[in-house]
Design a binder for this molecule. Structure first.
Ligand code: NZQ
Ligand code: ZN
Length: 386
């Protein structure tokens, strides 16, 4: 296992009614709050009204309309609002897109230059305005991690940045807020959680037993509860377990101590950068194809662990058959969750595959991935997704 720093810094207020603590939490930072949210789901499901009623003693300035795959233009708008209104704290109410946008607004606030600089170069991030979140969608883990992903559509760039100073101070996780998440977002969110775990599970580090057992448990959580949440959107047990899994999947619990970079995320980020697709849908499409592409004598034992420990397939002497059955189970699971499983279904053809493959290798540094990939490899994986 590699050396690592693990810091579960964020105060997590989990469960029904935890929003009651909101004003106590925000008071720690001051009176002027930037309320950041997306396209309006929080107005339809009542969370917006609840926040307003709890924050009567605060001055609230709104940054609304944050897009899924949040844009740099929206970040810039947020920075201006913070500066004009002397904002003390940013309250992000939404999913990963809203939280990521809030984080970069908080970082760019203290940066003397264009906000895109702190996305392209995380070393430019210094101080960050305090971030508090109310999570309304289980997927990214942004509520408990130091990452943010921002898009610049004019140049087809979707880049991740990170800083310990961007990690939320407090996150409020009420599973009842997930009841209104549309079915496709519920499924895509679970695919994202699973991908965060899978990206680290398949690693050159082979002695991180603790992390792998956490990983298998989180994968089993999604496999058990995603179908229940799809069938019964108001099932508290299902929503609560998925919500907690989202935070645990990308807060360092599974990934710490593992060497090497990720693969499916860099590839998906190019799909989103070119076609603005839902992150989790792209991951569900890419992941099983990537698995098939890298299955070899060198990787088969890990795929056998995955098949047996995650999917409970019967151990057998035919390692490759077992490994392939685990990959089949992965693909079938996403399909059964009604995720479109080809790029064609999303209207994506072959025209930009070469450019996306090259950019994925460059931005994702895929030479350091579990199985190193060059742009020809990524092109072939993308072709398998069409
Ligand atoms: O915008 P509104 O109207 O709020 O609707 C959102 C949006 O359309 C809707 N939604 C969220 N909560 C809802 C709801 N609808 C009804 N009821 C609710 N309770 O769901 C849609 C998707 O929201 P979004 O925030 O985009 O989803 P997600 O949480 O999946 O975030 C995706 C973004 O996060 C990035 C992705 O690349 C993408 O840009 N990621 C961030 C990471 C991180 N910070 O660590 C890691 C991830 O790997 C990922 O890259
Ligand atoms: Zn993700």
């Amino acid at each position: 296992m590699e050396n690592f720093k693990f810091n579960a810094y964020t105060e997590m207020l989990f469960g029904k009614g935890q929003i009651a603590q909101l004003s106590e939490v925000l008071k720690r930072y001051g009176k002027n709050v930037l309320l950041a949210y997306g396209g309006g789901s929080i107005k339809k499901n009542g969370i917006y009204d609840k926040v307003q009623s709890l924050l009567k003693d605060f001055t609230i300035v709104e940054l609304s309309g944050i897009e899924p795959n949040p844009r740099i233009e929206t970040v810039r708008r947020g920075v201006e609002l913070c500066r004009e209104n002397k904002i003390d704290v940013i309250l992000a109410v939404g999913g990963g897109s809203t939280i990521d946008c809030a984080k970069v607004v908080g970082a760019a606030y203290y940066y003397d230059g264009d906000a895109w600089d702190v996305v392209a170069d995380p070393s430019k991030i210094d101080k960050v305005l305090p971030i508090v979140t109310i999570l309304t969608m289980a997927a990214t883990g942004s509520e408990m991690n130091k990452n943010a992903v921002i898009s610049k559509m004019d140049t087809n760039e979707k880049l991740g940045t990170a800083s310990w100073n961007m990690i939320p101070q407090t996150s409020i996780l009420d599973p009842e807020y997930l009841y209104t998440v549309p079915a496709i977002q519920t499924a895509a969110g679970c695919a994202d959680i699973m991908s965060h775990v899978i990206e680290g599970y398949f690693s050159k580090t082979t002695d991180a037993f603790v992390q792998d057992k956490f990983a298998e448990g989180l994968l089993q959580t999604c496999i058990k509860y995603c179908p229940i949440a799809l069938k019964e959107p108001r099932n508290y047990e299902a929503r609560a377990n998925i919500m907690w899994a989202s935070s645990m999947a990308l807060n360092g619990l599974c990934g710490s101590g593992k060497v090497g970079g990720w693969t499916c995320h860099p590839i998906e980020h190019e799909l989103s950068a070119y076609y603005d697709i839902t992150h989790g849908v792209g991951l569900a499409i890419v992941t099983p194809r990537w698995m098939r592409y890298i299955l070899s004598e060198a990787t088969v034992d890990k795929f056998v662990d995955y098949a047996v420990n995650v999917w409970h397939l019967q151990p057998s002497n035919d390692k490759f058959a077992l490994a392939n059955a685990g990959i089949d189970a992965t693909e079938k699971f996403f399909k059964d969750c009604n995720i479109p499983m080809t790029l064609s279904e999303l209207g994506i053809d072959k025209s930009n595959l070469r450019k996306m493959a090259e950019a994925a290798v460059k931005h994702g540094r895929l030479e350091y991935a579990y199985v190193a990939l060059n742009s020809d490899d990524v092109y072939k994986i993308l072709e398998m997704c069409i």
